[in-house]
Design a protein around this ligand. Structure first.
Ligand code: HEM
Ligand SMILES: *[C@@H]1O[C@H](CO)[C@@H](O)[C@H](O)[C@H]1NC(C)=O
Ligand SMILES: *[C@@H]1O[C@H](CO)[C@@H](O)[C@H](O)[C@H]1NC(C)=O
Length: 490
């Protein structure tokens, strides 16, 4: 037979099989667009603007719909009601983590971000408890963030008011906070170990959040051909592991069980007490995976938010002026801002919430999975199905936030200028998988931004009217366009 005929015949067969499978499986899964064999609905998704593609699809298929990314179904939750009903009302069932082939190969189910089941539960519980304990200690987390805020300001002062791109310096500070929590001490911004560490962390985040990797991830055969990513990520994790091993040795020698100094100390203490009923073993591999997650989840997220915040403040000088007035009034110039100040600074608090709402840092959060066969709104979602939540659809809800595409701290203020909470404020997601670093991230955003604004006037190189706010990539992370500014000391 003519090879072309064979090809056409087998393609039509595939198409028929896939249509048949869809129509039989579809009866139970939520509705969605017809998908092609092998590639599924990829052609209906703009990888550069996933969130917008989902919004378009929800207009045709409703708040809960099914997409095929490759041959596997993915359920999408769009809008506050659907997200809340799944992640809060059915928290346990929706608490699985979606499939991440690359991470699974390298991390092997350890840590928090890419783990599941009892390993996830125990690692997450240990991490939250340790962050809480360190928050109350003698040299608590607030002290560490304040110390970092002062170093950040000193570093910005060295620019002498000349134009600079703030990306590097704003990247150092959140990374150093994690270092301080894990290793006890911060590093100098030009320390060689620190720079290498930050480079490896950033590279892994870049690879793991690239839309191409997601595409490859749905076609496991391709994974090995995705441009070098597998080796790079594995090498970077190995580097972190060997660096940690050195630190663990130092910590073991100086450990005082009654006076833990940092995350590693708590891990070593837990290791001594571990009982054998626990699934989780406190091994160096598990510590490395967890520390890797804290760096990966806690560095770029926070620094990108800071960088976007400064751009929004340049674009909206009237907002900056009001925040600076509040800082002058509540903190003054002679002491560092502290967390207690926040409750007296409703405008500043509203501005930071508005930054996080407006920039919509992780438009589709991280993928979840259902942990069992799940009946949801008369649909049946089989165990293990990937679930994507559109955080954008909640953060940009036009009923809760009139003119959602406008940056306006008024979205979080009542008529008397008091801070107004909103259940729709979900930049950290919600439910059982809610960001494990939420408290830390909010502390960093408040202390870093107020300390910067207490010390500098921000000067744009172009007229605010001409500042472009459009994110450069809106796939998995919203990144602000590159820009420069001057930090003019007061
Ligand atoms: C502005 C900064 C941050 C934002 C916007 C943010 C946002 C998020 C989001 C949306 C998730 C996914 C939640 C889900 O799966 O439903 C997440 C997970 C996570 N974040 Fe953050 N995050 C930030 C900073 C941090 C920091 C500073 C840390 C460090 C302690 C951190 C640690 C984590 C961890 C460990 C997870 C995984 C939780 C789990 O799977 O159980 N994050 N974050
Ligand atoms: C988590 O568990 C679900 C099934 O409960 C599975 O489909 C998914 O691949 C797992 N995720 C990871 C990252 O191992
Ligand atoms: C994505 O689409 C929205 C809505 O049309 C638009 O406002 C946004 O700028 C787009 N993002 C990118 C990166 O093109």
């Amino acid at each position: 037979m003519d090879p072309v005929v064979v090809l056409v015949l087998s393609l039509s067969c595939l198409l028929l099989i896939s249509l048949w499978r869809q129509s039989s499986g579809r009866k139970k899964l939520p509705p969605g667009p017809t998908s092609l064999p092998i590639i599924g609905n990829f052609l209906q998704i703009d990888v550069k603007n996933i969130s917008q593609s989902l919004t378009k699809l929800s207009k045709s298929y409703g708040p809960v719909f099914t997409l095929y990314l490759g041959s596997q179904p993915t359920v999408v939750l769009h809008g506050y009601e659907a997200v809340k009903e799944a992640l809060i009302d059915h928290g346990d069932e929706f608490s699985g983590r979606g499939h991440f082939p690359l991470a699974e190969r390298i991390i092997k189910g350890r840590g928090i971000v890419f783990s599941n089941g009892s390993i996830w539960k125990e690692t997450r519980r240990f991490t939250l408890m340790t962050l809480r304990n360190l928050g109350m200690g003698k040299r608590n987390i607030e002290d560490r963030v304040q110390e970092e805020a002062q170093c950040l300001v000193e570093e910005l002062r060295k620019t002498n008011g000349s134009p600079c791109d703030p990306t590097f310096i704003l990247g150092c500070a959140p990374c150093n906070v994690i270092c301080s929590i894990i290793f006890q001490n911060r590093f100098d911004y030009n320390d060689k170990d620190f720079l290498t560490l930050m480079e490896k962390v950033n590279e892994n985040v870049r690879i793991l959040s690239s839309p191409w990797l997601q595409v490859c991830g749905n076609f496991p055969l391709l994974l090995d051909y995705c441009p070098g990513s597998h080796h790079k990520v594995a090498k970077n994790v190995d580097y972190l592991k060997s660096y940690l091993q050195e630190k663990i040795k130092d910590h073991q020698e100086s450990l005082d069980v009654s006076n833990p100094r940092d995350f590693i100390d708590y891990y070593l203490i837990k290791q001594k007490q571990a009982n054998h009923n626990q699934q989780l073993e406190f091994t160096p591999e598990n510590l490395a995976a967890t520390v890797n997650d804290l760096f990966g989840a806690g560095t770029e997220t926070t620094s990108t938010t800071l960088r976007y915040a400064l751009l929004l403040l340049l674009k909206n000088p009237h907002v900056t002026a009001k925040v600076q007035e509040e800082i002058d009034h509540v903190v003054g110039r002679h002491r560092s801002p502290c967390m207690q100040d926040r409750s007296h600074m409703p405008y500043t608090d509203a501005m930071i919430h508005e930054v996080q709402r407006f920039i919509d840092l992780l438009p589709t959060s991280l993928p979840h999975a259902v942990t069992c066969d799940m009946k949801f709104r008369n649909y049946l979602i089989p165990k293990g199905t990937t679930v994507i939540t559109s955080l954008s659809s909640v953060l940009h809800d036009s009923k809760e936030f009139p003119n959602p595409e406008m940056f306006d701290p008024g979205h979080f203020l009542d008529e008397n200028g008091n801070f107004k909470k909103s259940d729709y404020f979900m930049p950290f997601s919600t439910g059982k998988r809610i960001c494990a670093g939420e408290g830390l991230a909010r502390m960093e955003l408040f202390l870093f931004l107020t300390t910067i604004l207490q010390n500098f006037k921000l000067k744009s190189l172009i007229h605010p009217k001409n500042i472009d706010m459009t994110p450069v990539a809106n796939g998995f992370v919203s990144i602000p366009p590159p820009y420069q500014l001057c930090f003019i000391p007061f």
